[in-house]
Design a protein around this ligand. Sequence first.
Ligand code: IPM
Ligand code: MN
Length: 314
Amino acid sequence: MLREFDAIFIGALGDPRVPDNRHARDILLGTRFELDLYVNYRPVKLLHERLCPLKGRGPEDVDFVVFRENTEGVYVGVGGRFKPGTDDEIAIQEEINTYKGVHRIIRHAFEFAKARGLTKVCMADKSNAMTAGHALWQRVFRELAPQYPGIEATHYYIDALAMYLVLDPKPFQVIVTNNLFGDIITDLAATFQGGLGMAASGNIHPGKTSMFEPVHGSAPKFAGKNVANPIGAIASAALMLDTLGLKDEAAAIDRAIADAVVAGECTADVGGSLGTREAGNAIVQRLTHHGVRDNQLNTDKDQTGGGEKGRKLS
Ligand code: IPM
Ligand code: MN
């Protein structure tokens, strides 16, 4: 059913009443895999220095994107448990890396850098320990890098990347890595921008139905208390509009978010004192000031431009 839409905007998932959060995994990973959303796009941008836990870092130091491979790696669910629950238990979880899968995500990272006039792409793997699977990442990176002469291609082992990011995030522009490492590094990177409550993501198959969601989960301990930060979700909506070609609308939302955060009109996790609803309203008010009329954000209308009448936003 989802395939007929240009984009899917999804809320945070997870409910402790469901054993091991199975539904969140099934819906999220199910959508990523079934729609072949191989690009997990996670921008990391610091809006105000007070939000960054790194000493002395401000907005000019933290502005990069992570491309996480989103359809392979250890997430494929290949493996199993033999003699579970016994002292003889064997647990196997395979990591799948295909030439096609590695190639398309690394190429996407380079193409993104090229299109935006960026000059640095960093690929991170663990090819010193995962000598077979990550040799493929090495091969593809070496194959593609020379095709982008204006772009400095750097490789770090993922452990070193974690260290360098904390020491100084400034040199990083585009990071590309596998599914699991991308998962881990984007939680780390989210803290640079004020925490998981700020982080947006897109699950993208260029030219096809894509899915946008905050990086965070449902934070059950905050449910119904009007305290959760709405920015991760709102910024994901901006990412969605940007990907759909609605550049001005996306920029207007990003500006409204930045203005509200700088003014301290936000939730407590990012230094404000507003509730979820009020923090959301602070952004909406600025949007209205910036001249985006309500009907420009009306999801009932075909906003995709040039699409057939059947295409719609979900
Ligand atoms: C994420 C989440 C998911 C992931 C979980 C909920 C399966 O942590 O989107 O980063 O690991 O991909
Ligand atoms: Mn995660």
